[in-house]
Design a protein around this ligand. Structure first.
Ligand SMILES: Nc1c(N[C@@H]2O[C@H](COP(=O)(O)O)[C@@H](O)[C@H]2O)[nH]c(=O)[nH]c1=O
Ligand SMILES: [Zn+2]
Length: 360
């Protein structure tokens, strides 16, 4: 399918916005392009919270030429004084002729008022170009602002017979290098990656993005007992930070050991996935990647902490009755109770397959 000019420019906005993947929390990913006579005369993206918005960078880039120009932006321009002044006023002052908006801003502080303000100032406004792609790029922002909770993604890799490890717990590696690279790319886009104590004991993971560049998400370990090994890659905090969350008063000696290693320790009682999500919301996180084992995954699904699932399936068979599966007991006995997933997409990566889906 060929894209028309407006669609192409909106896709260019999304491409610009993606340059700040993983860096904007709690703010959205926004890119902006300014056009005069079908030529780009200015462009910019929002690099992170507290910094100017995409429109401001693009206007600066275009300078005087912005007068009478058409502006493309994947999110409705803001109309409020937040950390920065309203972009609507900057656009009006620059005397642009037309603004093409990808999607309405779900932020109640903006939500349609930006579009209204521009129209009142005599600027032509078009809304909804490449809307689905715009919503998809900012799905975490939309969820966070509407539901006051970070966006939760569960990722796992399993064999064709649904196992995430052998009966002895050996799991390196279920998938090939290409799939693992895709996971590293996903980590770049997330603000935190969470595992439980079992995963630390069993896999001693790094949970870094080293095959996909920067930034690294905060590595989070949930552990009620703090029965964790003293030698773990996650305690190496020189380049990438780690946060261990436990319950109040658990093993003060181990807490001290972790803090001496530069690991941050927090106490939350009771320690549940939903509590952790609420805590990370307060800390301004947008998206959280759950890379945990089956029990924690089941708890996270059950208490509403997971919104999207990315499953990798390796064409391998492990067999066995007690080899672990990606999602533990959800208490269902009937097929009719099974969670129905929506908006399914799938593909292959290297010699493996992936399926992405949303929980309703
Ligand atoms: N255009 C646009 C945003 N638009 C709106 O501004 C809000 C953040 O305002 P502030 O606190 O001033 O940064 C954000 O929640 C969204 O509703 N935000 C951004 O960070 N970047 C941008 O390019
Ligand atoms: Zn703005």
């Amino acid at each position: 399918m060929t894209l028309n000019f407006d669609q192409q420019m909106m896709q260019h906005c999304l491409q610009l916005a993606r340059q700040a993947l993983g860096k904007t929390a709690p703010n959205p990913l926004v890119g902006c392009v300014i056009i005069q006579d079908k030529k780009i005369i200015g462009e910019g993206f929002h690099p992170g919270a507290g910094q100017p918005h995409a429109e401001v960078f693009a206007l600066r880039n275009a300078g005087e030429q912005a007068q009478g120009a058409t502006v493309y932006v994947n999110l409705e321009p803001c109309n409020h004084f937040g950390r920065t002044p309203p972009c609507t006023e900057a656009l009006i002052q620059a005397q642009v002729a037309k603004v093409v908006v990808g999607m309405v801003d779900p932020n109640p502080l903006v939500s349609g008022t930006g579009i209204q303000r521009l129209k009142e100032a005599g600027i032509e406004v078009i809304v909804g170009v490449e809307e689905q792609a715009c919503q998809s790029l900012n799905e975490a922002f939309i969820h966070r602002i509407l539901h006051h909770q970070p966006w939760g993604i569960l990722k796992y890799a399993m064999t064709l017979d649904g196992k995430i490890a052998t009966t002895t717990g050996h799991s390196s590696w279920v998938t090939g290098t290409e799939a693992r690279q895709k996971v590293h790319q996903l980590r770049v886009a997330c603000d935190a990656v969470i595992v439980g104590g079992n995963t630390v004991r069993r896999d001693n993971p790094w949970l870094t993005t080293h095959e996909a560049g920067e930034p690294n998400p905060l590595r989070v370990v949930m552990s009620r007992t703090l029965n964790l090994p003293k030698a773990a890659h996650l305690w190496d905090t020189q380049d990438v930070k780690t946060l261990v969350i436990t319950e109040e008063g658990v093993n003060p000696d181990f807490q001290q050991f972790l803090q001496n290693k530069g690991v941050e320790v927090a106490e939350l009682s009771p320690l549940t996935p939903a509590q952790v999500m609420a805590y990370l919301y307060e800390r301004q996180f947008l998206s959280v990647l759950w890379e945990c084992g089956g029990n924690l995954a089941a708890n996270a699904i059950a208490d509403g902490s997971i919104h999207k699932i990315l499953a990798f399936i390796a064409p391998k068979i492990i067999g066995g009755k007690i080899a672990p599966s990606p999602v533990g007991d959800l208490g269902f006995t009937l097929m009719t109770e099974a969670l129905s997933l929506e908006r399914i997409t799938w593909g292959s990566v290297g010699c493996d397959f992936w399926i992405e889906s949303y929980l309703s």
